[in-house]
Design a protein around this ligand. Structure first.
Ligand code: FAD
Length: 545
């Protein structure tokens, strides 16, 4: 009798236990006592992510959110039905403090790192439920820094709670048909109510994700305000009344999207939706910036978490799949490919988590001027760099499964489709590259960035690491001299090169952070794997100028 040839699917273990990169990083940045305190939460999230959540995600593959616009009696209801996975994901996120951890601040500034680690473990097994969490986290932060005590008391406790029945999510309604990047063109009008502080909003919002949210932060132009971004104000609104009916909001349809298909993303018409000013009657674009900084951090954490998931599945499969007489794991070329992906993911991880560290220090009021500058620069640079890496890693991950990577019920193609949104929402690559330039202002030199990299390298003594650090420094210096030359030529020269400039800075800082960690890991863990990743990453190219 011939034994039938069967393909074994890839499997996942505890996603915290198996993650060398995350564990080694936390061991370096967290004091031992903090690590002892937070590890149970990470083991538990790793267990869920590699176990029941992952299985449920595979089983829930074909479910999608549904919009019911009318009830049987002709009433407009605009009800959204979420997928079973999303309903479970919400409960788990709330109970495990995937937002709350950052606000309870049990471990000071490092609480953002703890929260980011939870989000990183949670995200790849929960069908992009990270989207409403990111916006909810961003809304909490924006309200807190707004100083609007009434809204802080009304909404923030719901956004950061650990009690599922109390939990609210927040939407972020910026993009209109006139533009998602150029939001200054927004056409939504805010009319002040006679004798009341309440406004009514009239207009169309063109992309509104997680439309099941209880509240939203949005931009609208108070009547009489000038055109452009400055004339917009930031508003808070509650989407439904006590009976669950939309407050003068019509959900016209859900978008039919390439990926993130579990995220209900809607087109809306606001027909006099009641809303309150968050802060001032102008400068809405500036006032919503804290929200964008948080969602961009989440974008980076999601990018590295999706890369990590793809790479974990690909390595597992390589140990099982046999071709030409041995497993793929025994093929030097296949392993060379996978190790290249791992190096990209590992370098990206260190940049995303470094931005989490800086964000935590900024929130705790423990950041100095240089690091505040670094955070303003690295937030867009990190978002755009990691998003691009995620798309290219996901594409290679699919190829590493051969035909199976292209077949939907393996659960693999969704990795690529979901990754493809990362460079688009929360600011496209080009728009963020320009943001990065704005963060530099008129500064002629990248001195603070060079001195940051130099500080990282202060303790390097092994020539192997010193060589790698020189590659990172040379790329920063090259970017600096390009900027000088381009500025001397014209504004359009600077803009035309902004993407290459930002990606070069992103990759250079990724290499610098990875080299610093590699030395630590060699010394404290006797582990050479980060060193090997740093060498591969440097060979893959850092300077894209
Ligand atoms: C799945 C999904 C969910 C979304 N959810 C939300 C949401 O919840 N809330 C929300 O507000 N928005 C949301 N968006 C919208 C998203 O933020 C916008 O699509 C994005 O910001 C780009 O805006 P746009 O679509 O108008 O493209 P455009 O701004 O028209 O950009 C088109 C192209 O032009 C480039 N470009 C634009 N300006 C410049 C410039 N000055 N220099 C060089 N290149 C430039 C861009 O990089 C891009 O490649 C979502 C989008 C998607 C895909």
């Amino acid at each position: 009798m011939t034994v039938p040839f069967e393909q074994a699917p890839p499997t996942l273990g505890n996603q915290y236990e198996d993650d060398r990169v995350l564990r080694s990083y936390l061991a370096r940045v967290c004091p031992a006592e903090m690590l002892r305190e937070i590890e149970p939460s990470l083991f538990e999230m790793g267990r869920l992510a590699g176990g029941e959540l992952y299985q449920l995600q595979l089983a829930d593959r074909l479910n999608e959110p549904r919009l019911t616009q009318w009830d049987a009696w002709g009433n407009r209801v605009d009800r959204i039905e979420l997928t079973p996975m999303w309903r479970l994901a919400e409960r788990i996120a709330v109970e495990h403090g995937v937002i709350a951890t950052a606000y309870e601040r049990k471990h000071g500034a490092l609480s953002r790192v703890h929260q980011s680690a939870l989000a990183y473990l949670f995200t790849p097994s929960t069908d992009i439920y990270s989207c409403p969490l990111a916006m909810t986290d961003g809304a909490a932060r924006t309200l807190l820094v707004s100083g609007n005590q009434e809204l802080i008391e009304r909404a923030v406790p719901h956004l950061i709670t650990r009690e599922p029945s109390e939990f609210w999510t927040a939407g972020q309604w910026m993009t209109e048909i006139t533009g998602g990047s150029d939001v200054g063109l927004s056409e939504t009008i805010a009319k002040a109510g006679a004798g009341s502080r309440e406004f009514r909003l009239y207009g169309r919002k063109w992309f509104t994700s997680a439309i099941s949210s209880q509240i939203a932060l949005t931009l609208a132009r108070p009547e009489g305000n000038p055109p452009g971004g400055r004339g917009l104000a930031l508003f808070y609104l509650e989407t439904r009344d006590e009976q669950g009916r939309p407050r003068n909001i019509e959900i016209n349809r859900l978008k039919d999207k390439l990926g993130t298909r579990k995220v209900p993303t809607a087109e809306l018409t606001l027909n006099g939706t009641p809303a309150q000013l968050v802060r001032g009657t102008t400068d809405g674009v500036r006032n919503i910036a804290p929200l964008l900084n948080i969602t961009r951090l989440w974008n980076g954490i999601s990018a590295v978490s999706l890369m990590r998931r793809g790479v974990a599945l690909a390595f597992d499969y390589a140990r099982k799949r046999v071709a030409f007489g041995s497993t793929l794991a025994e093929k030097a070329l296949h392993m060379d490919t996978l190790l290249g992906l791992r190096a990209e993911a590992e370098a990206a991880f260190h940049l995303a988590f470094y931005v989490a560290e800086l964000t935590g220090r900024s929130e705790a009021g423990e950041i100095d001027e240089d690091d505040a500058w670094l955070l303003r620069l690295l937030t867009p640079v990190m978002k755009l760099t990691t998003a691009k890496q995620a798309v290219s890693v996901a594409s290679e991950v699919l190829e590493s499964f051969g035909g199976a990577g292209y077949v939907e019920d393996t659960g693999l193609p969704v990795l690529l489709r979901d990754s493809q949104v990362l460079p688009i929402w929360e600011g496209t690559t080009n728009v963020l590259a320009l943001d990065g330039l704005r963060a530099l202002g008129e500064a002629e030199s990248l001195e603070p960035l060079r001195s940051f990299a130099t500080r990282l390298f202060e303790t390097l003594h092994n020539p192997q690491f010193i060589d790698l650090s020189q590659i990172a420094l040379a790329a920063i210096e090259r970017a600096e001299s390009w900027l000088k030359e381009a500025r001397a030529r014209s504004r359009s020269h600077v803009e035309a090169g902004a993407r290459r400039f930002a990606l070069t800075l992103g990759r250079a800082i990724e290499l610098a952070l990875l080299v610093r960690h590699a030395q630590w890991s060699q010394e404290h863990e006797q582990d050479q794997q980060s060193t090997a990743s740093a060498q591969r990453f440097a060979r893959a190219g850092v300077d894209l100028i």
